[in-house]
Design a protein around this ligand. Structure first.
Ligand SMILES: CC(C)(COP(=O)(O)OP(=O)(O)OC[C@H]1O[C@@H](n2cnc3c(N)ncnc32)[C@H](O)[C@@H]1OP(=O)(O)O)[C@@H](O)C(=O)NCCC(=O)NCCS
Length: 186
């Protein structure tokens, strides 16, 4: 069984996945107010500091939504994004954003690799799945780089974003699909 209360610290190159800290709060607020973040994820919009307080209160030191780990992405000691795995019956579904100040240099790809590697090695998972709102080219490119098989057709009305049901791209990753981390390191 996954112990989601203390997510393990995982590192690849310049990217670390670590438990959240209270002093991540202001960076979380700034990142969640970024247009790409709220456009492509389900974070509240408009995003208020209280949303970050509530998120951190739920995330730090307690199991979140059952049995699933959530990490802060960390680069150079600064919060650089959120990464979550929803683990159900041996399947882990990924959810993430990279903070605007950390984008475009492979941070998301390495964070995704770390979480998938952990899911297979230690999380007891047989498959990792992904979905993104149709049109999220950056997230799609990221999962393709790590080895995910993106399904040809979009899944209709697959996700709910702020009360509206939207079509999504979906993909899956088996352990043998995961690329070598050496192929991703800068
Ligand atoms: C999508 C996101 C996670 C990518 O993070 P990142 O750290 O910038 O990604 P990387 O630097 O690892 O880039 C991975 C690949 O995607 C490409 N990419 C990144 N953003 C892109 C975009 N907006 N459009 C097209 N390609 C993009 C990169 O060029 C790279 O491919 P390459 O190596 O072939 O050049 C980040 O932009 C983000 O958080 N966006 C808003 C929230 C979001 O979409 N979350 C995911 C919901 S499913």
């Amino acid at each position: 069984m996954v112990d989601a209360r203390v997510p393990p610290v995982l590192t690849a190159g310049p990217v670390t996945l670590r438990p959240h800290r209270l002093d991540d709060r202001d960076d979380i607020v700034e990142a969640c107010r970024d247009e790409a973040t709220w456009t492509w994820t389900t974070v509240p919009h408009p995003y208020e500091p209280e949303h970050a307080d509530e998120y951190l209160a739920r995330t730090i030191g307690s199991a979140v939504d059952g049995e699933w780990p959530r990490w802060a992405i960390d680069v150079d000691g600064r919060f650089a994004g959120n990464f979550g795995l929803r683990v159900v019956d041996g399947r882990a579904d990924v959810g993430y954003f990279v903070a605007p100040w950390a984008r475009g240099r492979g941070v998301g790809t390495l964070a995704l690799w770390l979480a998938c590697d952990w899911a297979f090695r230690d999380g007891g998972c047989e498959v990792v799945t992904w979905n993104a709102l149709v049109g999220n080219e950056g997230s799609r490119r990221m999962v393709e780089k790590v080895g995910f098989h993106v399904h040809r057709d979009a899944s209709r009305r697959y996700v709910v974003q702020r009360g509206e049901r939207r079509d999504a791209w979906t993909a899956d990753l088996l352990p043998e699909d995961l690329v070598s981390v050496g192929a991703l390191l800068p």
